[in-house]
Design a protein around this ligand. Structure first.
Ligand SMILES: *Cc1c(COP(=O)(O)O)cnc(C)c1O
Length: 322
């Protein structure tokens, strides 16, 4: 918990304390006591990932900053590292797989980072990244499995529970587990009784499979609306897997239609554009998989990186169904 508090102080100048807004329609439709949405979709660079990246980079020694930083990412983490590195005056290299949409590559480059596009999957991009670390001595800023990154992501929960201490249930998108591990660490330190729910996508439940196998399990990448939740938990996982096993109370898996409905809910009721990965908490509630009666629920809307054409087509398709 000290690490999360330290992270909050360290990243204050770089990260925005995003709004936590009430969601009255959703509260009513699932018969909860209250529901609040944490709008990390509005965070600088479009996702909470800036928190972990900024905490890691701001905590480097001067000598490490001189060497420059490197990461591999499906997009949001890459942008976060590029932004935080620029703020800290550090050179950044971002390794991306060929599956990452071109607009995401461009966004990284616009932030002054060098984009290295290589490999067919996140794991192959990771192999290239490891090669560059050995060859050129860059300092790694991993997307989730790192104590400073986890502590940075934990500041989301710290802000939520400072503003609304009575929240008793948190719904958190889950991929590599940095956000969920950080959230669980911070939230349980503040309120040990709080109910923490990790929400995975049915097309890529890497953490769930790994929890069952008690070691990292690789899974095939599939098309999904929640692209930011693709990828494994790393071939070696030191932190997020054990933390999630220890601290998380419930896991839920959501389907593509529910993700689309969650995105549409955010647009229709809150005028918010959110990406698929950010809609999984709302989707889990709408699928009826989380206890809502008498609960005060907080949901993290984790990001807003969408391709406009694809997003608009999806919303149209969705609206036609009613
Ligand atoms: C990275 C990301 C997640 C998942 O976070 P992990 O720490 O990998 O579990 C969720 N939503 C968005 C928008 C993301 O960019």
């Amino acid at each position: 918990m000290q690490h999360v508090l330290a992270a909050q102080r360290r990243i204050r100048g770089i990260v925005w304390q995003t709004p936590l807004i009430p969601a009255p329609q959703l509260t009513q439709s699932v018969e909860a006591l209250s529901i609040h949405l944490k709008l990390e979709s509005l965070q600088y660079t479009g996702a909470f990932k800036l928190r972990g990246a900024a905490n890691k980079i701001m905590g480097l020694t001067e000598a490490e900053k001189q060497r420059g930083v490197i990461t591999f990412s499906t997009g949001n983490h890459g942008r976060a590292v590029a932004y935080a590195a620029r703020e800290a005056g550090v050179k950044a290299v971002v390794c991306l797989s060929e599956h990452v949409p071109k607009n995401r590559v461009a966004l990284v480059e616009q932030l002054g980072a060098v984009a290295e596009v290589m490999g067919k999957s996140q794991d192959e991009a990771e192999t290239h990244y490891e090669h560059l670390i050995r060859e050129r001595g860059y300092v790694a800023v991993p997307p989730f499995d790192d104590p400073a990154v986890i502590a940075g992501q934990g500041t989301v929960a710290l802000e939520m529970l400072t503003e609304q201490p009575e929240l008793d249930t948190l719904l958190v998108p889950l991929s590599g587990g940095g956000l969920l591990a950080g959230t669980a660490l911070a939230a349980k330190a503040i309120n040990p009784q709080i109910h923490i729910v990790g929400v995975s996508i049915d097309r890529s439940p890497a953490m769930l499979k790994s929890l069952k196998a008690e070691k990292p399990v690789a899974i095939e990448e599939q098309e999904t609306l929640a692209g930011s939740l693709l990828g494994g938990i790393g071939r070696e996982n030191h932190y997020t897997l054990p933390l999630i096993r220890k601290l998380v109370d419930q896991h839920v898996v959501v389907k593509e239609e529910a993700i689309a409905a969650g995105m549409r809910f955010a647009l229709e009721h809150h005028s918010l554009v959110i990406e698929g990965a950010a809609a999984v908490g709302v989707a889990a509630l709408q699928q009826g998989q989380v206890e809502t009666a008498g609960r005060r629920i907080g949901i993290i809307l984790s990001g807003s990186c969408v391709e406009p054409e694809q997003y608009l087509a999806l919303m149209k398709e969705n609206f036609k169904k009613i």
